[in-house]
Ligand binder design. Structure first.
Ligand code: AMP
Length: 190
């Protein structure tokens, strides 16, 4: 089973491109951001706790997101592949994911990393904030903080997966269809 991490900074287009890969390959899509927003909408204790971090542009604690992924992975049966979107976001999460997958004789196939320049990210996030109403996409200071948190805590995953020979950089600029095509042809070769 293919186990793919769709990786990149906030605004790189991970959610949009995950949808394209799901439609094309019938993969299962696991987005920790979507799962957390569903918890917030349902006003669960986990959601209320997570909202404080999300609104500040900070990461939700590792144990919370690892717990959510663990529950979902236990439920996944035979599918052509899984796409992780927005997870892992720290080296601790990556190590925990490796352990979970090893215990069911699986492993990460590739880290598909969408590479987008900083100014383009800010432009896209502000635009998305206007249409989606996502509170973490409307304030420039929160957006800049999310990008800084990405650089400090998430970007080191590139080294982690490079050492494992699994890092696949993909140009994340151009039209949505052009980027999807790049991703699809990369996945076709796996
Ligand atoms: P996203 O939709 O992936 O941009 O996630 C929105 C927000 O949810 C992030 O800015 C974090 O606050 C939180 N979040 C999502 N996934 C994770 C994760 N794997 N680890 C920690 N926080 C996360």
């Amino acid at each position: 089973m293919l186990q793919l991490i769709l990786f990149g900074p906030p605004g790189a287009g991970k959610g949009t491109q995950a949808q394209a890969l799901v439609e094309h390959f019938k993969f299962v899509h696991l987005s920790t951001g979507d799962l957390l927003r569903a918890e917030i909408a349902a006003q669960t204790a986990l959601g209320l706790e997570a909202k404080r971090f999300i609104d500040a542009g900070e990461l939700v604690p590792d144990e919370t997101v690892i717990g959510m992924i663990r529950i979902l992975l236990d439920r996944i049966d035979t599918v052509p592949g899984v796409i992780y979107d927005g997870f892992p976001r720290t080296v601790a999460q990556a190590k925990e994911l490796d352990k979970m997958l090893t215990s069911c004789k699986e492993g990460i196939t590739a880290l598909l990393s969408l590479e987008v320049p900083h100014d383009e990210l800010v432009k896209r996030l502000l635009l998305r904030g206007e249409s989606s109403g996502r509170t973490d996409d409307t304030d420039i200071a929160t957006i800049e903080n999310r990008i800084s948190v990405y650089e400090a805590k998430t970007q080191p995953l590139i080294d982690y997966y490079t050492q494992l020979g699994k890092y696949h950089p993909i140009a994340g600029v151009g039209t949505i269809q052009e980027i999807s095509q790049r991703l699809i042809s990369d996945v076709d070769k796996l």
